[in-house]
Design a protein. Sequence first.
Lengths: 368, 104
Amino acid sequence: MKKLLAEWKGFLMSGISYMIPTVIGGAIIVGIPQLIGMIFGANDLTKYKSAQGFFHILYQINQVGWIGIGLVNLVIAGYVAYAIGDKPALGAGFIGGQLATNIQAGFLGALVAGFVAGYVARWCRKIKVGEAWKSAMPLLVVPLLTTGAVAIVLGVILSGPLSWINTSLVAWVKAMINNHTNGAIVAIVLGAMIGTDLGGPINKAAWMVGNILFIEGIYQPALMTNIAICCIPLGYALATFIHPRSKFSDEMFMAGRNNLIMGTFGITEGAIPFFLTSPLKLLPVNMIGGALGALVGEVLGMHSHIPPLGGLPGIITADNKLAYIAGIAAGALFIGIVSPLVANFNVSKDSEAETIDEDDIQINMNEL
Amino acid sequence: MNIVGISACPAGLAHTPMAAKALEQAGKELGYHVKMEQQGSMGPVNAITQEEADQADFVLIASDQKITNMERFKGKKVLNVNINVCIKAPKAVLKKCVSVVKGD
């Protein structure tokens, strides 16, 4: 059971790894024309849909970005399927993902589609047929069975229930973030999740909550996670500026300065070298820092009407820029001040003891 | 010992090269020849050729994710280890993998 769950987590993470560039590409291409439009006094590009000239070109580019956002379910379903069932599963996964968008079954629907397509394709490989039929398998039988299964399971049987669940969830999230107290709670939870494993599954789950909601036009949770993602590496960069040089080994000092870039582009993983020096002490620091940043941004009223970009470029897409910056500053200051007080960063890498015992390492061996 | 491996993580930005470098460095210290391919966000980096795959004693996958081009390793023993464990304790991972492979 535990092994199966770990396997499923791997499939999901594979899907997410293909989804990340799609979402980011979409968000950037939505954001840049919007920003240029704003600079020249056009706040709403949709007004220029059938106009001529500069703003219309911006509108055209902007619309291309929205296509990327709209592909999120398709990409995740396709590549979850691919992770499970390889190439034969990809097509049915894509179809199922788009189906999930069309019937408003959202992310949940996309996952169901991916798993159905993937496992059916995997099972198809076990069908034994005669030589004459071999070529018919990939060209006819497997596409029929995989896509057929998606059509029956997601298109018919689960269509109603899943779209109901997704619509209710989206309504619930909307209600949560429109209410100030609940919005603050969401900010704390998502911010802390980002700080937990710095790029691992919990972090990606929180990121996912933010980004999968783009397709529903909800951007607030993404703002929360983006602040937390940005402020944690920036916090460690800041630490190298506010604390004496002697508190850091050469390696850690370099890693800290490196985190200026990591933070700017929103890569929480930059904080990992610091985290590894004393995980137990820094886990709460990172969680509090992330939560604090997201909370301050939320309380000060950050919001966005287009898909937010991550990292400091997120300042561009945020409507209330000061709130966004204040959130990042609050989280980064907290980590920058506190982290060197609780942990020792003046350790050279060689003396770092390997904290995991050989017996605790789990290895799965297979022969190909 | 001649070890080839592949690392991959969801974002493909930080964990992937960190694990690859940690394992290669640990290999040097332990006297094993370790070559890690990184399947990160920019596609394969430091790719393992068919020749290298054929010469390897075993294949170490530092990931829970989908790995592409596994056909290279047909007939080889493939060991899966969590990527975070590889970053935290690369030497212990290599030692344990070697003992598991020899133990059979």
